[in-house]
Every structure is written in C-alpha cells, then in structure tokens.
Design a protein around this ligand. Structure first.
Ligand code: ATR
Length: 279
C-alpha cells in the first residue's frame, strides 16, 4: 500500500474526459483519507491482463467505463446481482485477492431520484426511451423499486424485446410509433438514449404527458437537455443526469476507502462548473 494510502482508479479507452477523479479525490480530501484515484487508459487488447494484475499493481479496486463494462462482467471472478442481470460491471474491488465486479449505475439512478423527487417510486407506469446498456441499469432500478409497468420504447424494436425478455413480465417492448400513446399515461419518463446530448434533438414530445409526470434524463451534457427544458416549461418535475453520476460513485468509494461519502450541493456545483467549462 505504501505511504500514499489506498489506490483506486477508473479505466476506459479513451479516458481523459472522465469526471470520476474529480468526485473521488474531492471525497478523499474532504474525509481526510490518505489515498488516490486516477484515470488509467487501458486498450481493449490489454484489458484482461489489467484485471488479472490488479492485486500485484497494488490497486484496491476501481471503476470501469466505455468500452470495457461488458468485458469486465465476463472477466471478474464474482459479480453482484445487479451486474449479473445488467450484464455490465462498472465497479471492481478485491476480496482476499479475488476480483469482484458490481454495477452501481442502478443504485445511482434510484438514489438520485430519491434525492430529487422523493416519493417517485410510488409511480405505477414508467416509459423508458432506449434499450442499450444505460437502459438496462435504469430498468433494473425501476424493477427493484417496484414500478408495476415498465414500457421500453426503442428505435430498434428487437433490442427492446430482448431486454424485456431478460427482465420479465413487468417490462414490455414497443416501437417508436407507440410513444405518443404510451406517453399519455406515463407517471415517469426516462431518456437513456444519446439524443439530447450536446443539444442534438429531443427523444419525446412532453406535451402529451400527464401534469403529474416526472421526467428524467441520464444525459448531463448539457445539464438541461432539450427534453428537460421542454418538461420544465410545462412545470413538470425534472431530474438531470449529473446526480446519477454522483450517486453511482458512492458504493465504490465506500468499498475502497472504508467510509460512505455524501453527495452534497458543494460537490455537485464543482461538477456543474466542470460540465460548463469542458462540455
Ligand atoms: P448506452 O450503453 O449508453 O445505453 P448504446 O448501447 O449504444 O449506449 O444505446 C444507445 C441507445 O440510444 C439505443 O437505445 C439506441 O437505439 P437503437 O437500439 O435503435 O440503436 C438509442 N439511440 C441512439 N441514437 C438514436 C437516435 N438518433 N434516435 C433514436 N434512438 C437513438
């Protein structure tokens, strides 16, 4: 371990854009823990060796991001229930030298809604836009929190159908043409597609949502996506994607460094400033 304390990381390819070092190093400093968290660029060819060499490298664990989340799920010796069902690992840790993998994205999504719109999980019907990796984490969270009906809408119907099969009876798959009708009875609308990122388009027309609906976007660049802006203009409750990024980091930090950190407004403002500066 050495004098500098425990060492954790985020690995991806590319990785320079990652905001996770800002979050974890802020918590280390704030909690007075000796340790560090660094970004490591790992090319896909070397990822298996990177995983098997964690112990020897003196690393206690870390995060995994694009494009390694699925590979990590296959490579780890043990995985938690969320990683198993989502099929992706975003958090690694060692237990007696054995590499464990978990997925904290679903936790991050739910904890952010708990913070921003308490009571959200009494919603009956959710419409989820998209059927990729992020959608799987969101569907896992919704199912775990007891949402009765989860309607998945995706440009490519087959992907939504595959996801619905994976998650069972509460999840149904629909084509984009069904969206205007489904939206009229959605208590919760969640965008998991890349639409709206860097100002590109709107994935859904919010004018047909009930007045009581909550609209969440997992995109956080920009912080207020066109979807969230349209929802806010209708006075609907909105939840941006930055909170999910912050909350997914909590369980990993606690595992590696032994203290549960807080997502505070001060930390959020640091991230907001970074999004505004770097995009
Ligand atoms: P992630 O892991 O971030 O979820 P992904 O697996 O590439 O990323 O999934 C991206 C999602 O955004 C998919 O649901 C994709 O729809 P398809 O399955 O039809 O590809 C959706 N998406 C991306 N660009 C889109 C667009 N221009 N219009 C509609 N859906 C789009």
């Amino acid at each position: 371990m050495g004098d500098s304390g425990r060492k954790a990381f985020i690995c991806g390819h590319p990785i320079s854009h990652s905001r996770s070092p800002i979050i974890h190093n802020y918590w280390l400093k704030q909690l007075g823990i000796a340790g560090n968290y660094t970004a490591i660029d790992v090319a896909p060819e070397t990822f298996p060796q990177f995983i098997s060499g964690l112990n020897e490298a003196g690393l206690v664990g870390g995060n995994v991001t694009i494009p390694h989340k699925e590979a990590a799920c296959a490579l780890v010796e043990k995985r938690d229930a969320a990683a198993e069902l989502i099929g992706a690992v975003n958090t690694l840790w060692l237990e007696e030298g054995v590499v464990h993998g978990g997925n904290t994205d679903a936790h991050g999504f739910a904890a952010n809604l708990d913070d921003s719109v308490p009571g959200w999980s009494s919603s009956e019907r959710a419409v989820v836009l998209g059927a990729g990796g992020a959608s799987r984490a969101v569907v896992f969270a919704l199912q775990q929190r007891g949402i009765k009906s989860i309607r998945l809408v995706n440009r490519t119907l087959e992907r939504a159908q595959e996801l619905a099969r994976r998650f069972g009876a509460r999840v149904s798959a629909h084509e984009l043409v069904a969206l205007p009708e489904l939206i009229t009875e959605a208590d919760l609308l969640i965008n998991t597609t890349s639409l709206g990122m860097h100002g590109s388009g709107t994935p859904a027309d919010v004018t047909r949502l009930p007045n009581t609906a909550i609209v969440a976007d997992i995109v956080y660049v920009p912080l207020q996506t066109p979807l969230l802006a349209a929802a806010a203009a209708r006075n609907l409750r909105t939840v941006d994607g930055l909170g999910m990024l912050l909350h997914q980091a909590v369980p990993g930090f606690e595992r590696w460094f032994g203290k549960r950190p807080q997502v505070t407004s001060v930390l959020r403002e640091i991230l907001v400033a970074d999004v505004e500066k770097r995009g």
